[in-house]
Design a protein around this ligand. Structure first.
Ligand SMILES: Cc1cc2nc3c(=O)[nH]c(=O)nc-3n(C[C@H](O)[C@H](O)[C@H](O)COP(=O)(O)OP(=O)(O)OC[C@H]3O[C@@H](n4cnc5c(N)ncnc54)[C@H](O)[C@@H]3O)c2cc1C
Length: 337
């Protein structure tokens, strides 16, 4: 156990922003994690579990407790099931499943961060969501420092949400098992992928992965060598879900390219990017040292020297404008520390 002190968290987040963690420890095995959690409990330290830092905004005040950086690795296949350590880089897991001819997460290619962050945030993109294929997750319940296996229905997955996100600091997700399908055909239910492959037949998993990464790159949403990227946490806000009645009133006020809404069972999901733009925040908009991404209206970026307050102020301004103009409350997808 190597517990360090006063570690600058800006080096561990994709925003490149944040103050110090009072204590900081990297864990590479479940045993190490149990040991560190026991130490934190003995010393009355609050715990924050960090993955790749790609969905967090850390304040300048930092974290007055112990940050546990999860680097628990491992990957194994059993038929169409794969189990991976939650410290694995998520995109490496995607790549491995594709090379095994397993379908189910190819559209989640190119999302930064760890596999643990992917489970906690219930990541989704281009028509796929990790909770569609998750079977179970192994966790350490921090309160008791006991290892538990939770089945999918116990993980309380919802849109960019989970039991673990609702209870930050209460669970460390150590590994997860996905149930995939043996197939070399990529899933292209999402409109932009259908457009990409129009007249080209059914794509392979590898072709689908490439299409997803190309599309993400055109929006500056890939952090990989050879691509232009920004310091951000990806989409700052979730796509809001409103009632059909509220939507009927809102519809005449909006003119965005289709599709900017998706009708669900008893509600309508709106494109937050559309609302942000229609509220007056075009790509590239600048407020103090924070900016809306020049390529994607839903990403707030740190162009160089932004503080967490700069980012938060811009987010607040966007939220107020969208609420004022359309009566819709945007909710953060990112996590504030
Ligand atoms: C350019 C860019 C593009 C993105 N595109 C997408 C996208 O298309 N779809 C999407 O859904 N997201 C997207 N994201 C957001 C982000 O990449 C994902 O949410 C990612 O899964 C977060 O993983 P992480 O390891 O970086 O988590 P972190 O940012 O480190 O943590 C996020 C939250 O998860 C918790 N956490 C992390 N690991 C664990 C663990 N093992 N146990 C318990 N809690 C844990 C943290 O405490 C924190 O609350 C994007 C981000 C960026 C920067």
């Amino acid at each position: 156990m190597n517990i360090k002190q006063k570690i600058n968290l800006s080096d561990f987040t994709t925003f490149g922003i944040g103050g110090e963690a009072k204590f900081f420890c990297v864990v590479s095995s479940v045993e190490e994690a149990v040991e560190v959690i026991a130490y934190a409990k003995q010393n009355n330290l609050k715990i924050f579990v960090l993955g790749g830092g790609s969905n967090v905004l850390v304040s300048e005040a930092g974290f007055d407790g112990l940050v546990i950086k999860n680097e628990i690795k491992g990957f194994k296949q059993d038929g169409v099931s794969v189990t991976f350590g939650c410290g694995e880089n998520w995109d490496d897991v995607v790549q491995k499943t594709i090379s095994l001819g397993l379908q189910g997460i190819e559209c989640l290619s190119g999302i930064p961060g760890t596999s643990g962050g992917a489970v906690v945030q219930n990541i989704g993109a281009y028509g796929q969501t990790i909770s569609d294929v998750i079977e179970s997750a192994e966790v350490i319940k921090i309160e008791t420092n006991q290892i538990q296996i939770l089945q999918k229905n116990e993980c309380e997955f919802a849109y960019r949400n989970s039991l673990f996100k609702k209870n930050l600091g209460k669970y460390l997700v150590t590994s997860a098992t996905l149930n995939l399908r043996q197939s070399d055909e990529g899933e292209i239910s999402f409109h932009s992928l259908q457009k990409y492959f129009i007249h080209k037949g059914v794509p392979t998993l590898t072709e689908t992965r490439k299409a997803v990464i190309d599309t993400r790159a055109s929006k500056g949403m890939v952090i990989m060598p050879g691509f232009v990227s920004y310091k951000s946490a990806g989409s700052f806000f979730k796509n809001p879900v409103i009632s059909q009645t509220a939507f009927d009133k809102l519809k005449p006020l909006i003119s965005c390219p289709d599709p900017w809404f998706w009708v669900q069972k008893e509600s309508v999901k709106l494109s937050a990017a559309c609302l942000v733009t229609q509220a007056g925040f075009e790509k590239g908009y600048v407020l103090d040292r924070a900016q809306i991404s020049p390529k994607q209206p839903l990403a707030i970026i740190n162009p160089g020297s932004a503080t967490s307050s700069d980012i938060k102020n811009l987010a607040q301004k966007v939220k107020q404008a969208v609420l004022g103009k359309f009566g819709v409350e945007l909710e953060e997808e990112i996590v504030y520390i």
